[in-house]
Each structure stands twice: as C-alpha cells, then as structure tokens.
Design a protein around this ligand. Sequence first.
Ligand code: DX5
Ligand code: ZN
Length: 234
Amino acid sequence: MAKQQNWIAPSILSADFAQLGKDVKDVLTAGADIVHFDVMDNHYVPNLTIGPLVCESLKKFMVREGLSAPIDVHLMVKPVDRLIGDFASAGADIITFHPEASEHIDRSLQLIKAAGCKAGLVFNPGTSLSYLEHVMDKIDMILIMSVNPGFGGQAFIPQALEKLRAARKLIDESGREIRLEIDGGVKADNIAEVAAAGCDTFVSGSGLFGNVNPNDPNRYDTIIKQMRAELAKV
Ligand code: DX5
Ligand code: ZN
C-alpha cells in the first residue's frame, strides 16, 4: 500500500495545559492534522499525565468549535485493557499501546476495534517489530518511538530511521492501509529524513509548542509551514 497523505500530529504534552483548548484550536487552525494525546501512568513510564476526563472535555470542545481532527491516544500505561473503553467513550479516534504493556496483545487490539476506534502498536527504541507478525490484520497504525517514552523534549534516536524503513516494508508487503507514525524529537530540521524513511504521521511536541508567544493566535503558522515545506522536498 502506497504511503498515505502526510499528517502532522502535535503532541499536547508540550502544550500549555492551563489553556489546552486554545492551544489545540490554534495549532489545528495553523494546519496540523491530528491531536496526539499522551497518556502516562507513573508505572509503565516514569511520568503522570492526563486521562479520559481530559480527552472527553477536549473532544467536546473540538466538536463545539467545529474542529474535526482525530484524537490519537498514545497509551503509555500498564495494564492497557481497562482504559480502552474509557478512552473510546471519551472520544478517542485512534488508540495505540505498547505491546510489552499488554498481557494479551490480540485481545487489546480487538477491544480497541470493537469500541469503534483505529488500533495501533507502539515500539520503543529497544522493542522488536516481531510483535507485528501475527496481528498485522488488526493494525491501523504502527508508531515508532524515536525516544524512550515518558517525557517530551528528548533527542531523536537515529536508529529509529532504520526501524521506520523496516516497518514501511512490512506495511507495503501487507497491502493494508496502515499509518506509520514517529514520536520523539521530531522537528522541522529532521522531519524530511524521517519522511524519506517511510513515515507519514509525524508527532511533534516541543518542536511545535516550544518557544512561541502564548498570546499570538498565529504562533504555530510559521513552524507548520516550515515542516510542510520540508516534507514537500521528499
Ligand atoms: C514521549 C511522548 C511524545 C512526546 C514527544 O513519551 O510519547 O509524544 O510528547 O515530544 P517531543 O516532540 O518534544 O519529543
Ligand atoms: Zn506520544
């Protein structure tokens, strides 16, 4: 299956949570495609973030504001299954989880699909893609971590490029419509090489939300235009 249209996915982990709705509205208005929603539990990863309540409020806000972008929930939690229904009810469109965090990967994928969401697996820098072998038919997204999960603002681990190429090959061979997403340390200056490795969905947290004037409604325009220009070169 050919590469899908490029999606820029702001990670709201780097947004200002005191004005989350405003930040999401402004970044989507500036041209971002989906909202990347990082859920951390202080157990699977050493950090604690946001849960289904925030997802629900954000979804309601987005509907009110006419913002139709999908919410891409990245679960960094263990156990996984308990939260799937909660996030589906809270308006998640895509739910991804780390295979090491689930006792029964196929069951977790089935739960996500049965709840009406797109499903995906997430691969840490040290995790093998072999988890995909028997579940490709249930996967809508493969997320390659280019940092170890838990924090925004970390440096991109270059070995992720090789893993992207390997995942791209698996997707092409499967003939299925599967998105290939990257997460961690993606900025305007490396997004082109990430795209060249086969990625079509680009999470960026600090690269997008960092260093902008919080009161300027057009504060994300320049950086998103820059990212699109870089993507156009590939
Ligand atoms: C890390 C999270 C990422 C993170 C990305 O565990 O999954 O989504 O927010 O942030 P940056 O782009 O700053 O690396
Ligand atoms: Zn993430």
